[in-house]
Design a protein around this ligand. Structure first.
Ligand code: HEM
Length: 406
């Protein structure tokens, strides 16, 4: 007979004002050694690798990412009714269908065709800073990097990159702490982006090209196709899922490498290490440290009863430091022998990151260009991080120095 979660004596994750991420992570990792389950402000959190995997792979726990706005107290009717069910928040048959239709367009092979463009993009950004020997690398490299890639992926022309950048920033305000004051900006950006996407979809319907949008338009299974509205929603999901994540993950990587010059040198000496380096960076310091689920029915898990409607956070960042899975987890080592268990920074289960192959390619290509062209990478001042409460975490300021002229 399972014990109701509410009756268990569980520690609570303390709310520490202004805690930095390292402190918070250290706290969660210490708690994880004793407890797979703890309480938090909205319900419960799972902390161990096995429990995080267990929840993410259990289809009875539904994505609660679509409820973030309500959890943050948003009541703006126009904003709430303007949202559509995206692949990230869809469940059951609706999710299975969307995923089946779009997955082929996100294969590693599709990502590979963009690798030359990725290298060209990073090289273009480095050209501007290489002679200087110093940079504000969030502004100069990380922030501008993903937009051209997403635009190229979708087939949006260069003259529209700037509009995309503005829409992406505004649509992504949905994850910020100040979302309540920004609902009007978000709705406007969504409407403009949808209108733009509609135009692009019409163009691709009449003149197909070698890009993702054309692939998505063509994707068909047993006579089933994505509607125009579903295609628009998918474009928004790609922007929401594929811009801030990548730029923050790259920023976190550069913080780590600046702090571990021996690892940067290893990568510079042997570019074939890039895939392993990406996996280790994401294990050690993932831009998405957790996600949320809601019990779609009464659930018994691991001897505990969770009533329908229970909120559950899954702490991928503490699972990634689980000693029973990763030996000496506190050591950052791009030569780490594969444990046979993937890191969890791309999630797990049915919502596993759709853009994982693309993100891996983007990070691998940028790592190699940057390791070659920014030798002796070092911090040149204080690194400022985003607040720990944000869904996608990374540095907001990262001043660096390096040997000029490469
Ligand atoms: C390093 C970069 C990235 C990280 C850390 C990341 C992380 C994640 C995580 C943790 C999830 C699962 C969320 C959950 O279960 O609630 C996810 C889902 C998703 N990601 Fe990514 N992501 C990255 C890059 C991308 C890119 C480049 C794209 C698109 C081009 C993308 C598109 C998506 C989509 C559409 C989903 C929803 C999939 C579904 O629900 O079936 N992501 N991502």
């Amino acid at each position: 007979m399972a014990t109701p979660a509410a009756d268990l004596e569980l520690p609570s994750i303390p709310i520490i004002a202004d805690a930095n991420r390292d402190e918070r992570q250290a706290l969660l990792r210490t708690m994880a050694k004793e407890n797979w389950l703890v309480r938090n402000e909205i319900g419960y959190s799972v902390l161990t690798y096995e429990a995080v995997m267990g929840i993410l792979r259990d289809k009875r726990w539904h994505s609660a990412t679509g409820l973030i706005s309500q959890l943050r107290g948003i009541t703006d009717e126009e904003f709430l009714s303007n949202r559509r069910v995206s692949i990230l928040s869809a469940e059951g048959e609706v999710h299975v269908r969307l995923r089946r239709l779009v997955a082929p367009a996100f294969s590693p092979r599709s990502a590979d065709r963009l690798r030359p463009f990725m290298r060209e993009t990073v090289n273009g950004l480095v050209d501007a800073i290489a002679p200087l020997g110093r940079a504000e690398v969030v502004k100069d490299i990380c922030e501008p990097y993903p937009i051209p890639i997403i635009c190229e992926l979708l087939g949006a022309p260069k003259e529209d990159w700037q509009s995309f950048s503005v829409w992406a920033t505004d649509v992504l305000r949905v994850f910020s702490d100040t979302v309540a004051e920004e609902t009007k900006i978000i709705v406007k950006a969504r409407d403009e982006l949808n209108e733009y996407s509609r135009g692009l979809i019409e163009q691709r319907r009449s003149v197909p090209r070698d890009d993702l949008l054309t692939d998505l338009i063509k994707s068909e299974e047993a006579g089933d196709k994505l509607t125009t509205e579903e295609l628009e929603t998918m474009v928004e999901a790609i922007i929401v899922g594929g811009t801030d994540t990548t730029r923050n993950q790259l920023g976190l990587a550069l913080v780590l490498f600046a702090q571990h010059p021996d690892q940067w040198q290893k990568l510079r000496n042997d570019p074939s290490l890039a895939p392993r380096a990406v996996e280790e960076v994401m294990r050690y310091s993932g831009a998405v440290g957790g996600t949320i689920r809601i019990a779609s029915e009464d659930i018994e898990y691991n001897g505990v009863f969770f009533p329908k409607g229970t909120f559950m956070s899954t702490s991928m960042s503490s699972g990634n430091f689980d000693e029973s899975i990763f030996s000496t987890p506190e050591t950052f080592d791009i030569m780490r022998e594969p444990s046979g268990h993937p890191h969890m920074s791309f999630g797990a289960g049915i919502h596993y990151c759709l853009g994982a192959a693309l993100a891996r390619a983007e990070l691998q290509e940028s790592f190699n260009v940057l390791a070659e062209r920014l030798p002796s990478l070092a911090l040149a001042g204080e690194v400022v991080f985003k607040p720990t409460g944000v869904g996608i975490f990374g540095p907001s300021q990262l001043p660096i120095t390096f040997d000029a002229g490469h």
